[in-house]
Write a protein that binds this ligand. Structure first.
Ligand code: ARG
Length: 400
């Protein structure tokens, strides 16, 4: 592949990505490492992270404020797609990776770098998402992945870093592997590796333990325009404000926790804990609004599209021709998905208790059992005769 001269490294401030800086320079002969820390609403203070990169040997340390881009262009489209991997995981981590990849590729162009780098290990999905997204955006860039190749244990990594003035973690490092952004948190490893072991309360940050949640329900009304969430309780909010506030409200009621075994792209089953309060409530509410505003055939056909979409996003194909084609379908379906959904939050549950829309296809004079029923009951007989004809013929043949 030839040596890289200048690399832009995705940087989190943790030990692994910090050690990547001297490692790239010393072991792989990269002349200059520029770090890029993305703010995706994870709540970290970014100035100390920026400084740490410089102390660890970066020539420049960039911070990208990407939260709005993240919610608007990655999270909201996936809400329109009702995207849940294996029917449960709302892709909070997976959605961040194509955006970080784009930031890396853009920075490489801006600073004249011939490579980008990340600190993913070789066992996860994130490496796939980065590598494939980077290739899709600029197939000429080299992708350097030191942590996938250095084969150092945790202790060895820390010791390597200390040789270059990277301080070892001050507190005893957590047994968990955690990823976080405004959409949610994923928690893996440590005691959670045993799928029979219940997660300790300490792993959760965005959601309250059920024992601590209010005894009274709280109602929240979510407004959508063309499948995009725009209002909370009647108030129009920016995408970031809406997700931030809904995280708070739903999290307070213990809504948004997931404990699942998940099939990674690399073939491994892993035990995952997630919390994604707003994202899960938004998908649930959005799907409900679709049930009011989409025709039966579009609703049902879209389920299959959603399944494929979720797998594509999980499997790192955000920037791919099939994903673009599915996007076009999904956006088309959202034309009339506008309205309001009423959600009741109580003790870890989000119940949809009401929905309304100017584009409602619900017709009470068809659905009613009352006097003003306008459904033509006599039409049912002929319909059922034709509908059941193949079954009737089959039964006559079989049973005589
Ligand atoms: N299993 C989840 C996913 O594939 C979470 C990955 C967490 N990543 C991390 N670097 N801790 O999306």
């Amino acid at each position: 592949m030839g040596r890289a001269k200048k690399a832009v490294l995705a940087y989190s401030g943790g030990v692994d990505t910090s050690v990547c800086i001297p490692y790239l320079k010393e072991e792989w002969g990269v002349e200059e490492v520029i770090t890029l820390a993305a703010d995706l609403g994870q709540g970290d203070e970014l100035e100390p992270i920026r400084e740490k990169a410089l102390k660890s040997g970066a020539s420049q340390s960039l911070v990208a404020d990407a939260t709005e881009d993240f919610i608007t262009n990655y999270a909201f489209p996936s809400i329109q797609a009702n995207a849940l991997y294996e029917n449960r995981y709302p892709l909070s981590t997976a959605l961040a990776r194509p955006l970080i990849a784009k930031l890396l590729v853009d920075a490489a162009a801006e600073y004249g770098a011939d490579a980008v780098a990340h600190g993913c290990t070789g066992k996860g999905n994130d490496q796939v998402r980065f590598d494939v997204a980077i290739a899709a955006l600029n197939p000429n860039l080299k992708v350097l992945t030191p942590a996938r190749e250095w084969g150092m244990s945790r202790e060895e990594t820390i010791a390597y870093g200390e040789r270059f003035g990277i301080p070892s973690p001050v507190k005893k490092s957590s047994p968990y592997s955690i990823d976080r952004n405004l959409l949610g948190r994923s928690i893996e490893a440590g005691p959670l590796e045993d799928p029979w072991t219940e997660p300790l309360e300490e792993v959760f940050l965005m959601t309250q333990a059920i024992a601590q949640t209010p005894d009274e329900p709280e109602y929240v009304e979510i407004g959508f325009e063309k499948g995009i969430p725009t209002r909370l309780n009647g108030q129009t909010l920016s995408p970031v404000a809406l997700v931030t506030q809904l995280n708070e409200i739903a999290g307070r009621h213990g809504v948004g926790r997931i404990d699942m075994l998940e099939n990674r792209l690399v073939g491994i089953k892993s035990r995952e804990i997630y919390e994604a309060p707003a994202l899960l409530v938004l998908i649930q509410a959005h799907r409900d609004l679709e049930s009011l505003t989409l025709t039966k055939d579009v609703t049902q056909y879209k389920r299959g599209i959603e399944e494929t979409y979720s797998q594509l996003v999980y499997n790192g194909l955000w920037y791919s021709p099939l994903k673009a084609a599915l996007d076009a379908f999904i956006v088309q379906t959202q034309e009339r998905v506008s309205g309001t959904v009423r959600v009741k939050l109580l003790k870890g549950n989000a119940f949809i208790v009401g929905r309304k829309s100017e584009n409602s296809l619900y017709s009470d004079d068809l659905a009613t059992y009352g006097a003003d029923d306008r459904f033509d009951h006599k039409a049912a007989e002929g319909f059922i005769y034709v509908w059941g004809l193949p079954t009737r013929i089959w039964a006559e043949k079989l049973r005589g």
